[in-house]
Design a protein around this ligand. Structure first.
Ligand SMILES: *Cc1c(COP(=O)(O)O)cnc(C)c1O
Length: 557
């Protein structure tokens, strides 16, 4: 197979990539204002559909039309975040005229199917239950992305999986491959089994085998508890089991029914989203009998969306001074944006570090602030500025505390630290091209991949990151960015990583920025050259075709 990320690209004869693929995902990030995404999972899905369109690959996306999307993050006067849920209407959706039905909680729920094709993406179909003929509770199934509680989540997943397959049938689309991006779509596998059993009269075992030949699965979550499970009683009450017996459901997903386990058993192949994550996922799911083999296909980003044109042009021209000017323009635009949103005007000639993440504990937001005696003098002496952003799940108190911690630091350092509320694709776009350094400090090995660092890297924004997710595949320390720590995993990991962060920051990053500008520009050019092709969504999608979609052999138990 491949030896190094990106190398297989040219070796692939284009004519072989003919498999029609239906890609299922709970969320899609195609444009900032089309608010049916939450974070990395959806933005990856959106980027892949754009690449499919760019490369002329036959892929369609299946998702849900979220009436309120993910919540909007507001701040109260003390700097504590709280959620808001505006409702959206979009005027660019095309009504396909197709409606499908799914029985949920014993009621027929109608789902309208919309087409979205205006963001340079491959066709994407969105199911929507907000129809007058549905009961009020059912109209809200496609209300809030990752909102509410377990019963609603199962209902949403039924619309995505079962409704999604029925929508494809009604649209006359017969995919060769069904790709489930995360476990949310596994009910689509049950619907395929049902079709084979009822339509062709196959036994459960034969129907399952035929279904597996057509499914591939991507797992994203290296934390066991992050992988969704549902009780069999609930699934039966909801109708998600589609008439399968308890014994059959047990063989697919265990008890309780684990969506990732079911995904691995319903697929002929599975992938993790970086090489390190493939190792983690492989040992995490090693006990699952009959699971698909998990290979590594590292995520990538859509360059047309995430790479600044001026930066790309300067990098192609191999002109370090032009690259610096392009970068400073991006930085200036970010500074303007921050001033407009917060009233704080940062300095163009002071090192600016960005940190924007989902506010989940393992990402260790705020690590850099843990030793005030080291960080505070840097912030108050005008040597360092920080811009922060991040949203936690609205029901997660730990996430709320992380964000409240950010806003508190910003208040203590009103001219050098800012918090931008409501992290979204627009903020992500500005930050990953306008900062000087992109900080990433998850607790290894819990960051499956991370894509914001790739967005930064392709813009010459230098990564300063622990060796987790994608970074071990790209990092050449002091050449195209920096690592801190040596990949150690253990009880005193936080302490060690913090020491290493301060050491690299104070001894390498800051001196390089202020004292060796030429070196800095060379590193920016190296960053772009080493990542733009290797961590592009084009490369990821080609690997999906080469290593999963086009692989005919049935593998697994
Ligand atoms: C790219 C992006 C992400 C994913 O980045 P991570 O590195 O996985 O945190 C999340 N949210 C937004 C808005 C993004 O643009």
């Amino acid at each position: 197979m491949r030896t190094k990320t990106g190398e297989i690209n040219e070796a692939l004869p284009a004519g072989r990539r003919t498999k029609l693929v239906a890609y299922f995902c709970m969320e899609y990030g195609l444009a900032s204002s089309f608010r049916i995404y939450c974070g990395g999972l959806g933005i990856l899905a959106g980027d892949l559909l754009k690449s499919a369109r760019d490369l002329g690959l036959p892929m369609v996306g299946i998702g849900l039309l979220w009436r309120q999307g993910y919540y909007r993050q507001m701040l109260d006067e003390r700097g504590i975040p709280f959620p808001a849920y505006p409702t959206y209407r979009y005027d660019f959706l095309k009504d396909t005229g197709v409606k499908v039905k799914v029985v949920i909680r014993g009621r027929q729920v109608a789902c309208r199917v919309w087409l979205v094709d205006r963001f340079g993406n491959a066709p994407r179909y969105l199911l929507d239950t907000d129809l007058p003929e549905n009961e009020p509770a059912d109209r809200w199934i496609t209300g809030q992305l990752y909102g509410w509680f377990e019963e609603e989540r199962v209902a949403q997943e039924m619309v995505l999986g079962i409704g999604g397959v029925r929508a494809l049938r009604a649209l006359g689309i017969d995919p060769d491959v069904y790709h489930f991006n995360e476990g949310h779509a596994v009910f689509a596998g049950l619907e395929l089994i049902r079709e084979y059993m009822q339509g062709l009269g196959l036994s459960f075992a034969d129907a399952w085998r035929r279904t597996r030949e057509r499914i591939v699965f991507t797992t994203h979550t290296p934390v066991k508890e992050g992988n969704e499970e549902h009780g069999h009683d609930l699934l039966r009450y909801m109708g998600a089991d589609l008439g399968l017996t308890y014994g059959q459901m047990l063989r697919l997903g265990g008890d309780p029914f684990n969506m990732t386990v079911a995904g691995l058993r319903l697929a002929r192949m599975a992938n993790a989203v970086s090489r390190l994550h493939a190792r983690t996922a492989g040992s995490m799911w090693a006990e699952v009998t009959g699971a698909a083999p998990i290979i590594a296909i590292t995520n990538g980003v859509h360059l047309g969306t995430w790479q600044d044109e001026r930066v790309a042009r300067a990098a192609r021209a191999k002109d370090p001074d032009e690259l610096w000017r392009a970068h400073q323009l991006c930085k200036g635009e970010l500074i303007e944006f921050i001033a407009g949103r917060t009233g704080v005007r940062l300095q163009e000639n002071v090192l600016l570090i960005g940190f924007a993440r989902r506010a989940a504990s393992y990402k260790r937001g705020g690590l850099i602030f843990r030793r005030p005696e080291i960080i505070e003098p840097l912030l108050s002496s005008g040597r360092l500025q920080l811009v922060l952003a991040g949203k936690g799940h609205p029901l997660d108190d730990a996430g709320t505390d992380i964000v409240a911690g950010f806003t508190a630091v910003a208040r203590r350092h009103p001219t050098s630290v800012v918090f931008l509320p409501d992290y979204d694709m627009e903020i992500g776009r500005l930050l990953t091209r306008g900062c000087d350094v992109w900080l990433n400090n998850p607790r290894r090995p819990m960051e499956a991949c991370g894509t914001s660092g790739m967005k930064a890297a392709v813009n010459g924004v230098l990564n300063l990151s622990v060796l987790d997710g994608w970074w071990p595949e790209a990092c050449e320390h002091g050449v195209n960015g920096w690592q801190f720590g040596d990949g150690y995993e253990g009880p005193d990991q936080d302490e060690r990583d913090l020491e290493a962060l301060y050491r690299v920051l104070c001894e390498e990053v800051i001196p390089c920025y202020y004292e060796r500008p030429e070196r800095w520009r060379t590193m920016m050019a190296n960053s772009i050259a080493s990542t733009a092709a290797a961590f592009s969504a084009d490369r990821t999608l080609r690997e999906y075709y080469e290593l999963m979609y086009e692989v005919r052999d049935y593998i697994g138990g």
